[in-house]
Design a binder for this molecule. Sequence first.
Ligand SMILES: Nc1ncnc2c1ncn2[C@@H]1O[C@H](COP(=O)(O)OP(=O)(O)OP(=O)(O)O)[C@@H](O)[C@H]1O
Ligand SMILES: [Mg+2]
Length: 465
Amino acid sequence: MPSLGGLLKKRRTKDSQGNSKELESNSNSSPAAAETQTSPVPAEVPANSSNSAQPQSSANNPHSSSSNAIQSSDPSATSMQHVVAQNQQATHSNSGHQHQQQNSNVASIQNIINAPQQDGAHGATGNNGQQNHQPQVIRSDARSTKGKYTLDDFTLQRTLGTGSFGRVHLVQSKHNHRFYAIKVLKKAQVVKMKQIEHTNDERRMLNRVRHPFLITLWGTWQDSRNLYMVMDFVEGGELFSLLRKSQRFPNPVAKFYAAEVTLAIEYLHAQQIIYRDLKPENLLLDRHGHLKITDFGFAKECPDITWTLCGTPDYLAPEVVSSKGYNKSVDWWSLGILIFEMLCGFTPFWDSGSPVKIYENILRGRVKYPPYLHPDAVDLLSQLITADLTKRLGNLHGGSEDVKNHPWFAEVTWDRLARKDIDAPYVPPIRGGQGDASQYDKYPEETESYGARGEDTHGHLFPDF
Ligand SMILES: Nc1ncnc2c1ncn2[C@@H]1O[C@H](COP(=O)(O)OP(=O)(O)OP(=O)(O)O)[C@@H](O)[C@H]1O
Ligand SMILES: [Mg+2]
């Protein structure tokens, strides 16, 4: 029988019944810009197609040679390395946990704990402050859909990741020489796995969103075999890899990542978008150690109710497993699972890696909280990982504010966090802006060459690419 350790190391794949019965709806939300980013091809490329997206921002000079700051030895990097080393030896004992907490991330984490109250009305109020923050919606110009990319615009490099439906490559733009990530999906496989609607949604949802903790989509195209999505290359690797190396995160580290995810979920829900695939494999670290959520393969515009069984088994809410209609609150359930996994190193319903057993456990709903968890964490988790939708935090009258105001998050200064004004607990050891993919696992490379011409039997199914 495989060991728990062996199974936990594997990245988890999605589950989807494919044939969605989801309610369609309209939205009037617009994408928004939060930071300077650079388009991989010149903005003045003639618009020879309407089926690709290219965000426009006055700050984006595609020919700019502005240097990318290279991360040097940030003290917080060293402190997290201690955590990794300590955790590799740590037992799951109470004293071990406290020891890790004392030693980890002191400088960085103190920025979220008792941060200076210099932000006037927006500062944290300390204990469960009841300020009524508006959801962190960062808006700017809507993206235009000028321009079109082709494979010829990029030099293809190694594979960064593979998932249930796609393969993601590191690429370099031949125009501005910057590095990007391109997700390639085989159309025949998407059709076979009944993911046409999800794939079109992935592209549409990604095109709409703009937030500091969400991946940026620059454009898409297709050839006769494949679909291509150009995104920013997020250099620091998956949170999944960091978590498995660390075994589990100390309370303040888990809190930092959970808080950034909370802001991203809050933003998506304000846009009427449900994410549905929260898990450490989809959370990437940028060069400074802040999170970027990638993989919008199950993101969906959903102002009310939807029914599709999709997500990753460990992270599914009971109402999804039991094929009831469900709403955005499934993302708050998944946030609970994510926090649990960060603090414990395993998910609460994990059971020998078998999805059926995991589903049975989810429906049974019994969660065993290890004694080393902080009481505030247990309190928050029990209010997120609850089948009772009238009690689930995030789904109540106060919405995301209830989550943000929970005592476990009391030290977080949310507006500073949203501005990335709080140092991350761990800075990935990479050379920024150099196409350094050292934080990503190696995968066997794709043998089929891209750019096929020839007959295209599925192209009409993907009109937006
Ligand atoms: N922008 C990016 N920069 C760097 N790596 C990325 C980026 N986007 C995705 N990846 C890597 O590729 C992996 C697979 O991408 P993605 O999750 O989008 O594919 P998927 O087929 O939908 O995955 P799954 O089914 O496993 O959830 C990610 O887990 C990550 O390791
Ligand atoms: Mg994924």
